[in-house]
Design a protein. Structure first.
Length: 98
């Protein structure tokens, strides 16, 4: 299922990772783990934020996917199922039930 992950990294933790040179490695490992179709990085809610859209084929992967964000970056994390325009078009053209 296509998911959108939004993570706001803790400012103090991510500043330290930036200073000691590990922030890029952390983000690279997140990219390798999720293999996103889209990835955006920037300031949001007064901190460093990451937005990723990726396929989560198995919900049992949620702990492994979110774990590093929570434990290493003390991030505030949101995970939402999302659709692209083709998905919406397909869903709205399907016969309605009920």
């Amino acid at each position: 299922m296509r998911m959108m992950l939004r993570a706001r990294l803790d400012t103090h933790v991510s500043n330290e990772a930036y200073r000691n040179g590990t922030l890029f490695d952390f983000l690279q490992s997140l990219m390798d783990l999720t293999k996103p179709e889209a990835a955006y990085f920037g300031p949001m809610d007064t901190g460093r934020s990451v937005l990723l859209v990726f396929d989560l084929a198995d919900p049992s992967r949620i702990p492994a996917t979110l774990g590093p964000l929570l434990s290493e970056m003390e991030a505030e994390v949101e995970l939402h199922p999302v659709m692209n325009y083709d998905d919406v078009k397909k869903g709205l053209s399907a016969p309605r039930q009920g």
